[in-house]
Design a protein around this ligand. Structure first.
Ligand code: ARG
Length: 492
């Protein structure tokens, strides 16, 4: 869940992207401490993030030998009978010592991952963190070398994981150029997309940087980067891989829309997903070829890409009738999606032909880790879903402002009574009246921050529509980010 319960001094509680953040791995709670995800063992990020294997021995037996101290002991081991006893005792002691040592060694080895390394996926292989992101893959399937580059915070600060420093560090702007930016975007998951790379003042409070040594290494970017305490320019790389989050609806941030018909270009990332000429679900454009939607939209048999047609840049359903839409090449559902609980309700569609962007067709920004949201951050939902419960889908695209609802509130007895998992986020009004509804599923929940629009959720479920104490529930995009980029990298 994105709520950060440990508020930073002075600014109250906030939502924080809790995606893949390896530094967390090195400050694990003591074994047995409750994990925030303990209740959701099937969550993708709980299993996929390279983790310390909690391979504590299942039962540690202490030898049952109990030594009775000799009550009447003269000078030790003097008589013959005593000698026998002494030898026995000495042997026993040696045995106990050996057993204790064996137990200690066993424990130490069993926890090697948790003491000094990370586990490769769930293969059981442990590797030291100093091999993580060192440019050479040590894990059998290379888990130690994926996700070593990320964009952090609302300003897209490029960070690289340092095997040496065992944490993420911003990249110093010195000697950096656009062609390195392109490479970094490819590492993240943007196949051929690069928008801008800029040096900006570093406000992340970093004390060490990843610095470029252009002449080092061969082609590999990692091998050219080294950990340094100095960055002479005092500027770090802000990297934009795609011109996302731009809308003609920027004015909306000062105006509250409650279920209004959208104007062209207001929500240019919104798409309508059709099956046999009928609108079924919404979706959001994140790159020219990738659409984010809900996993429940593509349940069997609709996981077959042949069923789908994607309509972009059209506001009225009646006008889509005249088009063919974009064909889908792949449908990828979250591996831990649970159709009963709607946990991990996210899916990706890859288009056969990339979209061409214009004023009416544009991508929304995927949230970066470190993007902080207010507990009741204003967000916007859009879609062609019904305008009242049990109604039919709307011909025109509608949008409404809905504030986020704190997870603790949404999970309270009077609201959703513990049905909200960390992979979900609630938004709407406890008094009812404004909400998403049937047909809006898969569509965007976006927010405006730092002058751009970010995808915060995908419409997932709710009990009825717009009823009091039954707000809308959305997939919590922040926790899916690493999965999304991983799919984009693996299926490019
Ligand atoms: N599951 C619905 C769909 O398939 C979305 C429901 C959202 N409900 C709500 N009350 N916000 O379209």
């Amino acid at each position: 869940m994105a709520l950060n319960s440990g508020p930073s001094p002075g600014d109250g509680p906030y939502y924080e992207n809790r995606g893949y953040q390896p530094e967390n791995l090195y400050s694990l709670p003591p074994p047995g401490a409750p994990s925030p995800y303990a209740a959701y063992p099937g969550l993708y990020y709980a299993s996929q993030v390279p983790q310390y294997g909690p391979r504590v021995p299942t039962h540690v037996s202490t030898p049952a030998v109990r030594l009775q101290p000799e009550s009447s002991s003269g000078p030790a081991c003097s008589s013959k009978s005593k000698k026998v006893l002494c030898v026995t005792l000495a042997l026993g002691a040696v045995l106990i010592g050996a057993a204790a040592a064996a137990v200690l060694i066993w424990r130490f080895m069993g926890r090697e991952c948790s003491v000094s390394g990370m586990e490769c996926g769930s293969s059981g292989t442990c590797i030291s963190p100093s091999y993580w992101c060192d440019g050479i893959s040590q894990c059998p399937t290379g888990e130690d070398e994926i996700q070593c580059v990320r964009l952090y915070g609302p300003n897209f600060i490029l960070q690289v994981y340092s095997a040496q420093g065992k944490s993420w560090h911003p990249v110093c702007q010195d000697d950096w150029n656009d062609s390195y930016g392109r490479v970094a975007c490819r590492y993240i998951g943007y196949k051929n997309s690069f928008y801008s790379s800029q040096g900006v003042h570093d406000d992340t409070g970093a004390t060490s940087y990843m610095k470029l040594n252009a002449s080092a290494g061969s082609g590999d970017l990692y091998k050219k980067l080294y950990l340094s305490d100095v960055c002479p320019s005092k500027t770090v790389v802000a990297l934009r891989c795609i011109d996302c989050g731009v809308s003609s609806a920027a004015h909306l941030q000062s105006r509250i829309v409650g279920g209004d018909a959208a104007a062209p270009g207001d929500w240019p990332w919104q798409v309508s997903l059709h099956v046999q000429g009928v609108h079924v679900c919404g979706g959001s454009i994140v790159t020219p070829e990738w659409i984010v939607t809900a996993a429940h939209c593509v349940e069997e048999p609709l996981s077959n890409p042949r069923y789908w047609a994607v309509f972009a840049g059209i506001l009225q359903q009646s006008l889509m009738f005249y088009g063919k839409g974009y064909r889908v090449e792949k449908v990828i559902s979250h591996p831990n999606y649970d159709s009963k609980t709607k946990n991990n309700d996210i899916a990706l569609m890859k288009l056969q032909v990339p979209l061409t962007f214009n004023d009416k067709i544009r991508p929304v920004c995927l949230p970066n880790p470190g993007l902080m949201l207010e507990p009741t951050q204003p967000c916007w939902i859009s879609g062609w879903g019904s305008t009242y419960e049990k109604g039919k889908t709307s011909n025109v695209l509608n949008a409404a402002m809905v504030p986020l609802i704190e997870p603790s509130k949404c999970n309270s007895k009077s609201v959703y009574n513990h049905l909200i998992t960390p992979a979900m986020i609630c938004a709407g009004y406890l008094q009812g009246n404004i909400d998403s509804c049937q047909g809006d599923s898969g569509g965007p929940l976006v927010t405006w921050k730092n002058s751009i629009w970010w995808l915060i959720g995908d419409t997932s479920w709710g009990s009825g529509c717009a009823k009091p104490n039954r707000p809308g529930v959305y997939g919590n995009m922040t926790v899916f980010i690493d999965w999304i980029y991983q799919q984009m990298r693996a299926n490019s």
